[in-house]
Design a binder for this molecule. Structure first.
Ligand code: SF4
Length: 245
């Protein structure tokens, strides 16, 4: 099956998913208690599917949708400051169509080139802290995406220590336990599962571009930009481009 069709299938299952009662109830509560500035919005309020190029070479994995961000707009990393940083840097390094740097909602015209974006958990959690059982429930979608992207995938950028730790447990058990911003490690999916045919990808760890990190200077724009400039340089060095498997 074409990977774009399969990824659409994963997205459909995500949007209909009701496995985590706590998270579904929270999304519903947030949707009814809108923030004043978004009172005219019809909140998405459902689990948020992955977004991007079905033949991506770069997979960006975050933590979870924000209550008034992606839970409102229906697109990963859209509608909050973290998303502003992510789409701006993707535009700067040439991973968005026409250099568009702004993502407004799931129905706008933005298209990504060579990049796919998803998260370890697809529903907004209270306090931005998904429970382990919820991460475990949602891991099925991460794995399904990984298997569909694997033929073109070269780099995985993991945002934040929690997402990193979960990716290590679920996808790349040969990653080091410790998280360090900027570290880049070669890893095999599921520690070399036959389906992965021994192929290695470069897993790059970055601080999450949350306000907690960007407002405190823990993650500066220069540090953030450097991660993606490096990813692009790696792809260029390998002579990779659209359509290369
Ligand atoms: S977090 Fe994942 S598994 Fe849980 S309800 Fe949302 S989509 Fe389903």
């Amino acid at each position: 099956m074409e990977s774009s069709l399969f990824l659409e299938g994963v997205a459909c299952r995500v949007v209909r998913c009701m496995r985590c009662g706590r998270l579904r109830r929270w999304a519903w509560t947030v949707t009814r208690g809108k923030r004043r500035q978004f009172r005219r919005w019809t909140y998405w309020g459902k689990p948020v599917p992955g977004f991007g190029d079905s033949r991506a070479e770069v997979w960006v994995v975050g933590l979870a949708p924000a209550a008034h961000g992606a839970n409102r707009t229906g697109r990963m990393f859209t509608g909050d400051r973290s998303g502003q940083w992510l789409y701006r840097v993707l535009a700067e390094v040439g991973f968005t169509e026409g250099g568009r740097a702004v993502s407004a909602s799931h129905s706008d015209e933005l298209r990504l080139h060579r990049v796919y974006i998803s998260a370890i958990v697809r529903c907004a959690p209270p306090g931005n802290r998904p429970a382990v059982v919820e991460q475990r429930s949602c891991a099925r979608y991460l794995l399904q995406e990984a298997f569909q992207l694997f033929s073109t995938l070269r780099v995985v950028v993991v945002l934040g220590g929690l997402a990193y730790d979960w990716c290590r447990r679920v996808l790349f058990p040969d990653l080091p336990r410790s998280f360090r911003h900027g570290q880049a490690v070669w890893a095999t999916l599921l520690g070399g599962h036959p389906c992965w045919r021994g192929k290695k990808v470069c897993v790059v760890a970055s601080y999450h571009p949350s306000q907690q990190n960007t407002f405190t200077g823990r993650l500066t724009w220069q540090m953030w930009e450097a991660i993606f400039v490096r990813v692009r340089a790696y792809l260029q060095e390998k002579g990779l481009g659209e359509g290369n498997g």
